[in-house]
Design a binder for this molecule. Structure first.
Ligand code: URA
Length: 432
């Protein structure tokens, strides 16, 4: 006879529905039982909605995170002879920072074990971007991961199915039940994966603005503080930066387009905001790993050492770093409608346009187009002239242009020349 379950899902749901606190035993059980398929999707959906509406205490969030970690295995990098440090972004538009960042930090002496995900909705995913490089392989065995990390100093690859499997199942459920935007669930989702990943230090890039999950600085700060506390309590040296996501990062949103821009940054060029965020996050990662005072990340971008690591890292995963990147079969250029200063270019709307052009997926099992996306010709604050290119849309399927253009409707504002728009700083705050 099967062992009886110690709790009842409906009681757990009722407790949270009625604004009660879940006990450690209830949390351990419900997370494990959901992963085993004993708690049904509809029950977990109701519980996730109750958590979204009524919140969780710090104790509940810490226990929930730990319960998710315990559904899988923890990685161990003790065989690597350098301190490990990683970065995680809460997700944005044009956020290709991992690509120049991981090799830069490795070139400065740390090891970066980065287990990444794919994009869903309007935000891009690091693995989708790297997969636009001919031959590059996201799935590695644990031994291969260790080998690439030891040989090159950085490995960016897919998290295996055994890393916090509860989160994989719960994240997919939240995505279709309107329960993604709950701070306790976002914090535990991200931190369960990062703690299980086994990094010694972690820098969180918490995005704020239209293109982010957190639309205002107060909720971003609450998310950042919650995650920093979870990491610190788990023995991971954790800090968070709150950074602007009102407008896309850099001049590209879309997989191969973002790889091309990242390679420019690794070559010592590239857009100012991508360089600034790469260098700022790299310094934080090195400081968290106890390696500040050594080589500066800005120098690693200038002297070719970051590029060197990039080329070795891509080649170690089967990619050809010299191969031409895919180009879209069709492009459509949007022209500036008036003379003036670009006062606003909305990150969310650009992200949705890139997604509709084929850069993202609406369902987990869909393929993405490597070459699809949006290229910006101006950033907020730039002077623009009527009739000059503002944006170029890229796709292999021209039927997608109309819906992408609809997504961009009202997404850019050109103000009369003369005044400068009030632009928020790229790095808004630091927590930790
Ligand atoms: N990224 C994650 O990994 N989980 C979330 O819940 C949100 C963003």
């Amino acid at each position: 006879m099967a062992t009886p379950e110690p709790f009842d899902a409906v009681d757990v749901i009722r407790t949270k529905r009625d604004r009660g606190e879940l006990s450690d035993g209830q949390i351990d059980w419900v997370v494990d039982a959901y992963t085993r398929g004993v708690v049904a999707d509809e029950q977990m959906s109701a519980l996730a909605m109750a958590i979204l509406l009524n919140g969780m205490s710090r104790r509940e969030i810490a226990r929930w995170t730990d319960a998710m970690i315990r559904t899988g295995r923890r990685m161990d990098w003790s065989a690597v002879d350098r301190p490990t440090t990683d970065k995680h972004s809460t997700g944005g538009v044009g956020d290709k920072i991992t690509l120049p960042l991981a090799p830069t930090v490795a070139a400065c002496g740390a090891a970066v074990p980065q287990l990444s995900g794919r994009g869903l909705g309007h935000t891009g995913g690091t693995l989708d971007k790297l997969e636009s490089i001919p031959g590059w392989r996201a799935s590695l065995s644990a031994d291969e991961m260790l080998g690439v990390l030891r040989d090159t100093g950085a490995v960016v690859c897919a998290a295996g199915d055994d890393l916090a499997p509860a989160d994989k199942k719960l994240y997919a459920l939240r995505d279709v039940t309107g329960t993604v935007e709950a701070i306790p669930l976002i914090a535990s989702s991200i931190m369960s994966k990062k703690i299980a990943e086994g990094t010694g230090a972690l820098v969180l890039d918490v995005k704020v603005g239209s293109g982010a999950f957190m639309k205002d600085a107060a909720s971003a700060r609450e998310l950042a503080e919650t995650m920093v506390a979870l990491g610190t309590d788990a023995g991971v040296r954790t800090v968070a930066l709150l950074t602007n996501m009102e407008t896309p990062l850099g001049l590209t949103a879309g997989n191969a387009l973002e790889v091309r821009e990242s390679v420019e940054v690794l070559g010592g060029g590239g857009p100012d905001d991508v360089v600034e965020l790469t260098v700022t996050l790299a310094r934080e990662m090195l400081a968290a790993a106890g390696l500040d005072g050594g080589k500066d990340p800005a120098d690693a971008l200038k002297d070719g050492s970051a590029m060197d690591v990039w080329r070795r890292m891509i080649a170690a995963q089967g990619g050809d770093p010299s191969a031409a990147l895919p180009r879209a079969r069709e492009t459509h250029t949007v022209l500036a409608p008036a003379d003036g200063v670009l006062a606003r270019l909305d990150a969310y709307q650009v992200g949705v346009a890139a997604w509709r052009l084929g850069a993202g997926r609406a369902r987990k099992d869909e393929d993405v187009q490597a070459a699809a996306g949006v290229e910006l010709h101006a950033k907020p604050g730039a002077v623009v002239r009527a009739g000059e290119p503002l944006l170029t849309l890229h796709t292999d399927e021209p039927a997608r242009f109309d819906r992408a253009l609809e997504a961009l409707d009202g997404g850019y504002v050109i103000a009369p020349a003369g005044g400068r728009p009030d632009l928020p700083p790229l790095v808004i705050d630091r927590v930790g």
